[in-house]
Design a binder for this molecule. Structure first.
Ligand code: NAD
Length: 294
């Protein structure tokens, strides 16, 4: 069913996601602080709004894809709640801290609105290609309403439980990814120092107990395993700065509930070092260069 969707935050990810809503027959009312982002959304067929409140007025659904929790909270409590029509559904697809996600969802519920947190796995290419994976936190009825909208932008939509659980799933997954990528880089670097050919080590470890997604789907060494950002000078892919953002969210969340995450803490410290070397914009598998002393 075609709906009118307010889309707020049309950057690297949101721009492609809004275009997929349009391709699926929805009407999109777009707002972003960036003129460039708005112009691109208009080109894709969206109607330009003059503010988040203007985008929201008359919309059936509001989707946000913003940098961090403070932006999400400000947009909903400052504009969206007041401008939304009764019964409007809110979907926040940004990656933000669990605490803020739950606080905003609670505030929405107090005003009578249904809201889900639906952060994504998959990068800019998946956002444009409509192949994102959504991890969704919210009530069963809210999830049922959100699902068809999210399906227009992704290949998988998974209900993770109550509000905030989408963000919890996202940061637990990415903490695991950060740690396994570092461990994979360490193992390759050490294998090379011990005189073991990296391709031979890959052939052995990729079918042994050291196997992981970081090794067989995203191998950090150029020329080994499938085509990955390593084969492209570590350009594209998942930026070190975004991995660091997710690890900070993960360790903050761990501290807030007293979870012991020594590997997550180590991963955060190592990705901070990598970012400090000026590698924030390169793919996170460039970690191997730092570990090899390059
Ligand atoms: P981005 O910086 O390209 O886009 C964010 C957009 O939000 C910008 O265009 C900015 O102008 C706009 N914005 C900021 N404050 C606003 C406000 N108050 N009102 C309206 N617009 C506002 O970031 P991105 O790469 O698109 O990432 C968005 C979210 O998706 C982040 O939470 C990020 O962690 C998450 N994410 C990104 C990737 C990725 O590969 N880029 C992958 C998964 C998840």
């Amino acid at each position: 069913m075609s709906q009118t969707i307010a889309f707020i935050g049309l950057g690297n990810m949101g721009g492609g996601m809004a275009a997929n809503l349009l391709k699926n027959g929805h009407a999109v009312r777009a707002f972003d602080l960036s003129e460039d982002a708005l112009a691109k959304a208009e080109e894709a067929g969206a109607v330009r709004a003059s503010s988040a409140a203007d985008a929201t007025a008359g919309a059936d659904v509001v989707v946000t894809m913003l940098p961090a929790g403070k932006h999400v909270e400000a947009v909903y409590t400052g504009e969206v709640f007041a401008a939304a029509r009764a019964g409007a559904l809110f979907l926040d697809c940004s990656t933000i801290d669990v605490t803020t996600a739950r606080r905003v969802a609670d505030a929405a519920a107090a005003k009578g609105f249904e809201m889900v947190d639906a952060p994504v796995s998959g990068g800019i290419a998946a956002a444009h290609g409509g192949t994102l994976t959504f991890m969704v936190g919210g009530t069963d009825p809210a999830f049922a309403r959100a699902r068809p909208i999210l399906s227009a932008m992704g290949k998988a939509v998974i209900h993770a439980g109550a509000a905030g659980n989408g963000q919890a799933a996202k940061i637990c997954n990415n903490m695991l990814l950060g740690a396994t990528m570092i461990a994979t880089c360490e193992a390759f670097a050490m294998a090379r120092r011990l005189g073991l050919d990296p391709q031979t080590f890959y052939d052995i470890s990729s079918v042994s107990s050291g196997q992981s997604w970081s090794m067989t789907s995203y191998c950090p060494l150029p020329g080994v395993g499938p085509q990955t950002p390593a084969d492209n000078g570590y350009q594209g892919g998942f930026a070190t700065a975004l991995m660091l953002k997710d690890l900070k969210l993960a360790t903050e969340a761990a501290a807030s509930v007293g979870a012991s995450v020594p590997m997550g803490n180590a991963a955060e410290a190592l990705y901070q070092l990598l970012a400090n070397r000026g590698e924030g914009g390169r793919d996170f598998s460039v970690m191997i260069e730092m570990l090899e002393g390059k």
